[in-house]
Design a protein around this ligand. Structure first.
Ligand SMILES: CC[C@@H](C(=O)O)C(=O)SCCNC(=O)CCNC(=O)[C@H](O)C(C)(C)COP(=O)(O)OP(=O)(O)OC[C@H]1O[C@@H](n2cnc3c(N)ncnc32)[C@H](O)[C@@H]1OP(=O)(O)O
Length: 252
């Protein structure tokens, strides 16, 4: 099984459990995320949802290129891209606060998952980057839409996407992508981050989420994330993209 779901003391945690692949996303992880979303959407006792990665090296290295490289055309890539975009919209609009516990490096689609959460609690040793541009594609799981909705400065969001560089945790805190940075143990970092929120009745958090979700519905964010998936699918079928992925896989 390439994921774990745990619920402890009102905190539901989804862990991508493929540390040897730097927690790359395959179809099993996507199905696991769907299962997790269903649990959090329906389980009244859940007060916080957390997404994290196994081990301390990576949060998530994006889509599993060894699997997804098999998709050659836009028509083949779109179902995977739109499925994940749909799941990440659901993650963003869960009825409880959602925290990305960024326990290690995260790139590509991994940054999109973290961006879909309400908060990014990042290890001081982690690095992160929207490196999709280096593969001659855009973000395909709705991550650009997430950044444009959430980041205060449009130019900062666009630069993060367009430069496709990897940044330190400290840089990500300064530009507003990271909410908080922790040193040492991830679970302790999480407990510290939610300590004050845990003292507030869960219905208060749910009410604030409702206000934010109404805003997202009015802004048609789901539809925009699907359009982003469609645009990425068009770039997906280019030679430049296939060459860049083949180059990465050759280095394995
Ligand atoms: C497809 C959706 C799209 C989107 O919509 O956003 C994307 O996600 S595009 C982005 C795809 N991801 C990448 O291009 C990242 C590729 N990985 C890396 O750059 C690096 O692995 C890392 C994440 C920076 C970590 O580096 P490091 O700690 O040095 O580990 P290794 O590189 O040695 O990796 C260990 C092992 O894992 C394999 N691996 C890593 N990431 C992926 C991946 N995304 N898909 C498939 N396999 C991956 C890597 O090949 C190594 O395998 P072995 O050599 O067999 O040990």
């Amino acid at each position: 099984m390439s994921y774990k779901i745990e619920i402890n003391d009102g905190v539901a945690i989804f862990t991508i459990d493929r540390p040897e692949m730097r927690n790359a996303i395959n179809f099993e992880v996507m199905d696991g995320l769907e299962e997790f979303l269903g649990i959090v959407e329906n389980e009244e006792s859940v007060a916080f949802a957390v997404v994290t990665g196994s081990g301390d090296r990576a949060f998530c290295s994006g889509g599993d290129l060894s699997v997804f490289h098999g998709f050659r055309t836009a028509k083949e890539a779109y179902p995977m891209l739109s499925k994940m975009a749909g799941l990440l919209y659901r993650l963003s609009t869960l009825p409880v606060p959602v925290i990305a516990l960024v326990n290690g490096t995260t790139v590509g689609g991994g940054c999109e998952i973290a961006s879909a959460c309400d908060y990014r609690v990042v290890s001081s040793k982690a690095k992160a980057g929207f490196i999709q541009g280096t593969l001659a594609i855009t973000s395909g799981w709705g991550g650009a839409t997430q950044l444009f909705m959430k980041m205060k400065n449009h130019d900062t969001a666009l630069k993060l996407l367009s430069e496709a560089q990897i940044h330190t945790a400290q840089e990500l805190k300064s530009n507003g992508w990271a909410t908080a940075i922790y040193d040492g143990d991830a679970k302790e970092g999480l407990q510290k981050f939610i300590a004050n929120m845990k003292n507030i009745h869960p219905n208060v958090h749910k009410a604030y989420k409702k206000i934010s979700i109404q805003d997202w519905e009015r802004a048609e964010v789901n539809e925009r994330m699907l359009e982003e998936a469609s645009q990425c699918a068009e770039l997906w079928e280019s030679e430049a993209h296939h060459d860049a992925v083949a180059n990465f896989l050759r280095k394995k």
